[in-house]
Design a protein around this ligand. Structure first.
Ligand SMILES: Nc1nc2c(ncn2[C@@H]2O[C@H](COP(=O)(O)OP(=O)(O)OP(=O)(O)O)[C@@H](O)[C@H]2O)c(=O)[nH]1
Ligand SMILES: [Mg+2]
Length: 218
């Protein structure tokens, strides 16, 4: 019975995710679903990414948080439109919330919509939003064993951004071990190592993303 109820929730979500996909396709916009644990650097990565593509891609952001509007204010300060969604306790975004944000957004001319999902390494992986790309961040301070403990998000993501590499000397993070673990569960995932603090590795990620956005539009 419980399984049937859950399937119903996922089916309903998937229908709205397809509608989001249609809206984005019609507008010619590419959408990234950015997932990570609290504090891994989602908002920092969004700011660096928008800076990296600025002048070439027009961006917009949907910010998902349980409460508050700190992150959407950080984005809006840069002049990029940002819509805040407060889930009121729920640990992930659902397609209907993104649908509501998309309907309030001026999508005309927007090439790239980045959705910052709620900080959580579990639930966001279960809900499709209609995105083109699932991107997740692991910051080095969280440890290289995380794929073994939270396999769903690591196995479903198209891209893994390993953030805060400037902190590696202060941790026991083993990059080789992390990559080996990930290859076993998601051989196709693209991996970028970067630091939002120093800027190292950021352009490799933003150049790759820009290519993906352009080839999706072509
Ligand atoms: N040293 C270091 N700190 C970083 C880096 N990227 C982000 N931070 C810091 O990490 C903290 C959290 O960054 P955020 O970008 O707010 O993380 P978030 O994932 O958006 O956090 P929530 O939205 O609260 O889940 C901030 O103090 C950032 O300055 C990095 O590459 N290196
Ligand atoms: Mg944030």
């Amino acid at each position: 019975m419980e399984i049937e109820v859950l399937e119903g929730v996922f089916d309903a979500n998937e229908m709205i995710a397809k509608e989001n996909r249609r809206i984005l396709d019609e507008a010619g916009s590419f959408m990234v679903n950015l997932m990570a644990s609290p504090g891994a650097g989602k908002t920092s990565v969004i700011l660096k990414t928008l800076e990296g593509v600025s002048g070439r891609l027009k961006g917009a952001v949907i910010e998902g948080d349980i409460a508050g509007k700190v992150d959407s204010e950080r984005i809006a300060e840069t002049g990029v439109p940002a819509i805040q969604i407060n889930t009121g306790g729920s640990c992930h975004l659902e397609a209907r919330q993104v649908n509501s944000a998309l309907s309030r957004m001026e999508l005309e001319g927007v090439d790239l919509v980045i959705v910052e999902n709620v900080g959580n390494l579990v639930c966001p992986a279960e809900f499709k939003l209609g995105e083109d790309l699932k991107v997740m961040i692991l910051s080095v301070a969280e440890g290289d064993d995380k794929p073994l403990k939270y396999p769903l998000m690591f196995s479903k993501s198209d891209v893994l951004l390993i953030n805060k590499i400037d902190l590696i000397p202060h941790t026991d993070f083993d990059m080789g071990r992390l990559k080996e673990t990930l290859r076993k569960m998601n051989a196709g995932a693209r991996i970028f190592e970067l630091s939002c603090r120093t800027g190292e590795g950021v352009s490799a990620w933003t150049d790759w993303l820009e290519d993906r956005v352009r080839s999706a539009g072509a």
